[in-house]
Design a protein around this ligand. Sequence first.
Ligand code: GDP
Ligand code: IMO
Ligand code: MG
Length: 429
Amino acid sequence: MAGYVVVGCQWGDEGKGKIVDYLAKKMDQVVRFQGGNNAGHTIVVDGKKIVLHLLPSGILSDKALCIIASGVVIDPFVLIKEMEVLKENDVNVDHLRISDRAHLIMPYHIKLDELQEAKLGGAKIGTTKRGIGPCYADKYTRIGLRVGDLVDFSYFKERLENALKIKNEMLVKLYDEKPFDINELLEQFKKVREVLLPLIINSSEEINMALNTKANVLFEGAQANMLDIDYGSYPYVTSSNPTIGGVISGAAVSPKHIKYVIGVCKAYSTRVGEGPFITELNDENGDIITELGAEYGATTGRKRRCGWLDLVVVKQACQINGLTDIALTKIDILSAFSEIPVCIGYQKDDGEIIKTVPSTIAEYSGLTPVYKYFKGWQKDISDIRNFDDLPIECQEYIRYIEKYTGVQISMVSVGPDREHNIYLHDIVA
Ligand code: GDP
Ligand code: IMO
Ligand code: MG
């Protein structure tokens, strides 16, 4: 009985939703600790696809209490819509709770996200335009509004008045846009308040009580290490820590409770938005991966950029997060190739080979991938359920990832559905 963490090992969209859904059956709580509805976590049940943006992927399991903890930024309109859609699909959402300390994404955050991207022009980040960056910025400049502020609506009004003094001035003077009307916003938030009030809890209290009574608690990461505000390819990152530190601060738990840290790693690489991508394929192979892997963003529908597996990036995820296990996903997509390159280092212009992720964008320039080539297996593997039944070439690919990273692969996913899994080691005791 312990704390489990699921994080992405690359640029997001590794299949975290599917892995959390699998683990949730054995959990008492499933907790989102950072990010917001920039995430898109897909779960496929009997061929039916469900995409979650804010709700923890444990929501489909009635057993686990699902908590959106303090480190998450919540767009209440998206949250309410997501709950409604699930209810229409006969999914029970009564076991959802939200933290009083989580910050609210306000309509002006979304507007400012769009405007800042437009202003940056060619230097844009390629955000999801969900208001994530502006909301986290307000949190840290201390003009944010929190879920708990809704309890006393006159206090909420006071906070909103203060925030609008600054935000409206930015909108009008910097961007030549219309200001937001406080009365309209208050009307909208009166309705939001009705729905959210019964869900509000002190999440750190709830989570710590569970951990102290030996419950199993799963912390579900959104995004991934290369999008981490500190350790990703800054500025082409998101505005939170999707790595292990985000769990400690975003859910208010002690590291002593965390026993297993599971990294979800796609068998190749994808990235949405701008920023460096050393193994990117701008050729027919890239198109094959896009189409076979259905690599279109679950949140914005944008085509994901595709490339070969970059183990330098995955190794960074292992190190930062202290991964105990890897869940390898989408290896079925690689069945199409006769030869599969894997990046094991980066070569500089002067021939030097480096094996760590660059810290600045300038350092990326001139780097080329150093590849180790694997023989493809060119067989459909989606119906295989035992490791030993996989083609030997596929086994070798998997074993090499373990060797390079030094982390055991406990689960291999060979298709989108809940059943498409090969188990190598038990993750939950
Ligand atoms: P997340 O953001 O990490 O939860 O991942 P996304 O849901 O954004 O993207 C992963 C996509 O791959 C989803 O459409 C999943 O249904 C799908 N998927 C997950 N695992 C596998 C797998 O092993 N094989 C295939 N073919 N698809 C998978
Ligand atoms: P999941 O949880 C992939 C990317 C955006 C953009 C950058 C900043 O589904 O893996 P933001 O809107 O966060 O300010 O955008 O981060 N991004 C993601 N890419 N998967 C995600 O989440 C992402 N969340 C944000 O495309 O490049
Ligand atoms: Mg996703």
